[in-house]
Design a protein around this ligand. Sequence first.
Ligand SMILES: [Fe+2]
Ligand SMILES: [Fe+2]
Length: 483
Amino acid sequence: MSGNTEISYDSMIPNNVGLSSDKRVLKALEKWHPGYIKWWNDLIPKKFQESRVYLRTAVGVDPKGWAKFDYVKMPEYRWGILLAPQVEGRTIPCGEHVGEPAWQEVPGEYRALLRRLVVIQGDTEPASVEQQRFLGQTAPSLYDLRNLFQVNVEEGRHLWAMVYLLHKYFGADGREEANDLLRRSSGSEEAPRMLGAFNEETPDWLSFFMFTYFTDRDGKMQLESLAQSGFDPLSRTCRFMLTEEAHHMFVGETGVGRTIQKTLEVMNEAGITDPFDIQKIREHGVIDLPTLQKKLNLHYTLSLDLFGQEVSTNAANAFNSGIKGRYMEHRIDDDHRLSDATYPVSRFTGDGIQLEDVPALTAMNMRLRDDYTKDASGGVGRWNKMIEKAGVSFTLKLPHVGFNREIGAFAGQPICPEGNVLSQESYDSQVADWLPSTADGDYIQSLMVPVTEAGKYASWIAPPKVGIDNKPGDFEYVQLHMA
Ligand SMILES: [Fe+2]
Ligand SMILES: [Fe+2]
């Protein structure tokens, strides 16, 4: 290896895309990199930048050994560009080009559509880091702090992944889009992030766990459908991102689970049998189940909005052109063109909520949203098992898809979590029972005290059953920089 800066820069970025021999893209990434590092440094408080965090870094794409764990200072994290291995003879899985060889270059006619999808996906990645930037200060343990930062650095890597595609395949306009990904900012007045849920705050750790469970799962569904893309580099990029995404949802599911666990333990010890005895439960510094249900309602419905309109010609075009497939497209047994197929979508009329068959091509968003709901119900079932096992009579539920919506057929309609259409008056008088109130938020906030001693946990959350990378319970996941 020579002392050439380009080559040393290449070796700094773990990659399997032959960056060292792709001078043009390497140069473009070199130019983009300082802005990225500035974004990261402006965002994450200095004391954490200088702390040593036990992180996994993606160093390859072999399913058996793609990551290595070690202490890293986050600004020195090696954000790699990794694509799942090319599948020999891969064909376009859906739409009018089904069965043709997958594209290795951007097909001219779909260039704008593809670029837009890459940009929308790319925009969500840094947005979530921005939303979560205050949480380090109140982490309930070093274990959780480490998980937060793991999710953050990987969302950063996902941004890199999309920026690589923009630089590699979209020329000057790709470069501009890559710069804009660092210009927009979550919650900003002038230049907000592109999607609503990514401009909301993540004010506390329960929100973080709900976000990683519900909103990262939307990310999973989007990545799954882009992993089906006939544009092979996008497909390969998304396939590898999904490997990391699984951990984010694990953080969410176990985070909510450990919160529930602690509440159940405390109720049991204190002899509280009524889950609605909120006052008494809160005296013990844990989060009552009805409040958990409200947080669940909020994050699930915000995430449903990310799927867009139930009926959409853009979504039809993306499928028909072979740019975006359905969830598990390869496992679906049909013609993968959907020329005559129909799909039932929900509609809201003056008479209430109805299902109506529409051309399946136009119902792609609704279908993906339905798949999402099925996927999201798994963890809810596992949480309920814990509650049942503790002998507490309470069941967490996903609310009706019409509840609390801002996008699609149910936007702004007074529909309760059970799916009944109410008068606006009746809805307004009960909504505080369904969504977190300011008082609920204040209570949760009051529990957010940082715990920085290895192996110790805040009052409201149980320790994990197993450590990260099989580390013991008192492992120091973050060596905090004190100064
Ligand atoms: Fe991501
Ligand atoms: Fe994620």
